[in-house]
Design a protein around this ligand. Structure first.
Ligand code: GLN
Length: 445
């Protein structure tokens, strides 16, 4: 708490601290330890965690960094929050983000910007910018973020920390405020792959409350963390080291690949030919799903209401006043793509291209264990630099979005600096094979 109070006025990672709740929780843990109901050897016992503000926490206001939810106090915890509590963590507060997880710089928060702890003139990335900056600034040992198109990995890359997007369905989404339900996944942001493995152990696994949660056995993620990686085969997509990727980023990633090669990982250049369509495909699908998911914020069921004696007026004014510019842009795009006459041309076509993108990955994983490349095309850019240009902003996720469309797991680990800013190495794995992703990330670190 002292550390957060010392630096967060500058960094801006937290939207809310819950000092009182954290102390009560810590006291409860002490009691459990004394009663022998929890052992001090439980790895996460007593570890403070910060939670992205689109993951619901009972009695702690959960806003999704949106004015429309500024007064929303959930009546239950997300499954991940309950699972962390069972593992002994203490929730210390809620973290800043782009409104409803839409953005790549955290500048779409309705409340305040987050600054990159490595250089306060730069963005932390987004949408889990608060979650990444809090770990980078030493405010909490780990946080939870969510990743729909890169929102865990890209800020982890910009802030020089480790961020894992699990396989779609691996971690329960129950209690994650939905942005694009077919793409959203919760995952840990930590200082190392080893820490990531411990957090995954606590949060992964089937949840009957989430119909898209997979009933697939969860391995012991720490078991092969230190196992020999020699003999593993990695694919390096030409598209991931081609035009549009910053020279400094390319150099650091090539050095990282050489280090993995020294450890016995054989690699080959491959192609992901359909990945060039990933951005338009993603923005049609994600905006379409968002336009449906965000229909529930009408001023009646949740959040801030614009009082009026006319119901339609209440809806309109609550939404016009409550949502920010980027959220409105996505709702408009999605509503358009789903409307009669345009559905086949946009939404249906995007679904077909999504299948082609997924097949690109399937084909590569028939021959390789991993895909390796950069997490983002550049290092952190300047605050305000891309704010007026949505398409440039969208391009930040060009290397992370295909992974969400395919549903596979991927981690971003720090791999050095370019012009004094952190670079991220992305390691992508087969469906439900987070264990190998973590193993290779740990071998690199
Ligand atoms: N930047 C992407 C978007 O704005 C990804 C966001 C995310 O992963 N939540 O949609």
């Amino acid at each position: 708490i002292e550390r957060i109070e010392e630096v967060d006025g500058t960094v801006g990672a937290f939207l809310r601290l819950d000092k009182e709740g954290a102390r009560l929780e810590a006291d409860r843990l002490d009691m459990q330890l004394m009663d022998g109901k929890m052992t001090a050897s439980a790895v996460l016992a007593g570890i403070p965690v910060g939670i992205k503000d689109n993951i619901v926490t009972k009695d702690i206001t959960t806003t999704c960094a949106s004015a429309i939810l500024s007064n929303f106090d959930p009546i239950h915890n997300a499954t991940v929050v309950n699972r962390l509590h069972e593992a002994g963590t203490v929730t210390i507060g809620k973290l800043n983000m782009d409104e409803f997880a839409m953005g790549s710089s955290n500048e779409n928060s309705s409340f305040h910007v987050v600054k990159n702890p490595w250089n306060l003139a730069k963005v932390p990335g987004g949408s889990s910018g608060g979650s990444a900056a809090a770990v980078a600034a030493g405010e909490v040992p780990f946080t939870l973020g969510s990743d729909t198109g890169g929102s865990i990995r890209q800020p982890a890359s910009y802030c020089g920390v480790t961020g894992l997007k699990p396989t779609y369905g691996r971690v329960s989404r129950f209690g994650l405020v939905a942005y694009a339900s077919s793409l959203d996944q919760i995952g840990p942001i930590t200082r190392s792959a080893e820490d990531s493995a411990y957090v995954m152990q606590a949060i992964a696994g089937h949840d009957a409350a989430d119909s898209t949660s997979a009933n697939v056995d969860v391995p012991d993620y720490t078991e092969k963390l230190y196992a020999d990686v020699s003999g593993l085969k990695a694919a390096v997509p030409a598209e991931y080291l081609g035009d549009g990727i910053d020279a400094g980023v390319k150099s650091r990633v090539k050095e990282a690949i050489a280090i993995l090669e020294e450890q016995g990982i054989a690699w080959e250049e491959v192609s992901l030919p359909y990945s060039k369509y990933a951005l338009p495909t993603y923005y049609i699908l994600a905006s379409s799903e968002a336009s449906a998911n965000l229909a529930r914020f009408d001023g009646i069921r949740y959040g801030v209401r614009h009082e009026s004696d006319n119901l339609i007026d209440t809806y309109k004014k609550s939404r016009s006043e409550g949502f920010g510019e980027e959220v409105k842009r996505r709702i408009m795009l999605g509503t358009f793509a789903l409307s009669t006459g345009y559905y086949d041309a946009y939404y249906k076509k995007a679904q077909k291209v999504r299948t082609l993108i997924k097949q690109d990955f399937d084909k590569i994983f028939e021959r390789f264990d991993l895909i390796i490349g950069p997490t983002a095309p550049t290092t952190a850019f300047g605050l305000g630099e891309e704010l007026d240009d949505p398409l440039t902003m969208y391009a930040n996720d060009i290397l992370t979005i295909p992974v969400n469309l395919a549903g596979v797991p991927a981690i971003s680990v720090p791999c050095g600096f370019s012009d004094s800013l952190p670079v991220g190495l992305q390691i992508i794995g087969k469906h439900f094979d987070e264990a190998t992703v973590l193993q290779v990330a740990n071998a690199y670190q």
